[in-house]
Design a protein around this ligand. Structure first.
Ligand SMILES: [Zn+2]
Length: 310
């Protein structure tokens, strides 16, 4: 890759040095950098496309067919794979499996894709509320092809994003669609800060597996806390009438399309001959992390929730 005429004289650096710089940048910084100049936009588009392709190639032979599947069915990829694309490449976590989130409507189509086209074998079908605690999950299929592992997570909600909003902590609230990579808490995630979802302890969702998963993220270098203020000040929900807005107050009602969300768009999906591949419009979801009051005397506990709004 070479950013000719890139911003801030990056263009005069060798391709190797340019790569070194990009590989140290998390997604929010790459997005900001891409906006500075047309040449930077092109260079980063290429860089992000390559990272996505390399990630997908670890699990599938046909990366375009996977992207088309995501587009056709509104399926998304989340978990460590999505997180790894938000993190700087140099410091990204090691991805061991691919977590594919779909709805009951497209469950058969997604499974068929992995089993018939990518030669995965169905190893296990986990019904809801046993291994995983999420209420938005109906079942999980564990698929294997040699060393490669794919989990297909099926939700009975109309939106594939529902389970992602119920995740254990904010570091994993990211997802890859057919056209984009989306991060719901970019400021924290880019700084390796992860707030534990209050839902876990307020609604008795904690069990050993959750504790184990949280420890795993701590080992991976994340600073975890149940207290948003531990990560620095934010404008509290009650102070919103002062004119500011802060999606980092856990009592604020967030939406998957609000200003705090960042996304990188990979550009249009390739068409297959005359087959028009239509993008499913992803329903918009709103959620509130909730939890204990931020400031003493501020308010009572807010309950966590997530719902499909449109
Ligand atoms: Zn607050």
């Amino acid at each position: 890759m070479q950013l000719d005429n890139g911003n801030g004289f990056i263009g005069i650096l060798s391709a190797e040095l340019q790569s070194n710089i990009l590989e140290e940048m998390p997604l929010p910084d790459l997005i900001t950098f891409a906006k500075t100049r047309r040449q930077n936009q092109d260079g980063i588009a290429y860089y992000m496309a390559m990272r996505r392709t390399k990630l997908f190639m670890r699990f599938v032979d046909d990366t375009n067919a996977l992207i088309e599947l995501l587009d056709r069915t509104g399926t998304v990829i989340s978990g460590s794979s999505a997180l790894s694309l938000v993190q700087p490449k140099r410091r990204a976590i090691v991805v061991r499996d691919l977590d594919v989130y779909t709805t009951e409507k497209f469950e058969d189509e997604v499974l068929k894709h992995f089993v018939e086209k990518e030669r995965y074998e169905k190893k296990l079908e986990v019904p809801r509320k046993t291994e995983y605690e999420s209420t938005a999950i109906t079942k999980i299929y564990k698929l294997q092809n040699g060393q490669k592992q794919v989990d297909v997570i099926v939700s009975d909600w109309s939106c594939t994003l529902a389970p992602i909003l119920e995740f254990h902590s904010t570091a994993v609230m990211n997802y890859i669609t057919a056209r984009s990579i989306v991060c719901l808490y970019p400021r924290w995630t880019a700084a390796n800060k992860s707030m534990i979802n209050p839902r876990l302890y307020l609604q008795n969702k904690t069990h050993m597996r959750t504790v184990y998963v949280l420890m795993k993220y701590r080992k991976r270098g994340f600073d975890l806390s149940a207290d948003a203020l531990y990560f620095g000040d934010h404008l509290c929900e009650g102070e919103k009438n002062t004119g500011g807005k802060d999606g980092y107050c856990p009592h604020v009602i967030r939406s998957t399309v609000d200003d705090e969300v960042i996304s990188w768009n990979f550009g249009p999906t390739k068409m297959l001959g005359n087959t028009t591949i239509t993008c499913q419009d992803m329903p918009i979801m709103v959620w509130c992390l909730g939890g204990q009051e931020c400031v003493e005397g501020d308010k009572e506990i807010t309950l966590s929730f997530a719902l499909v709004s449109a």
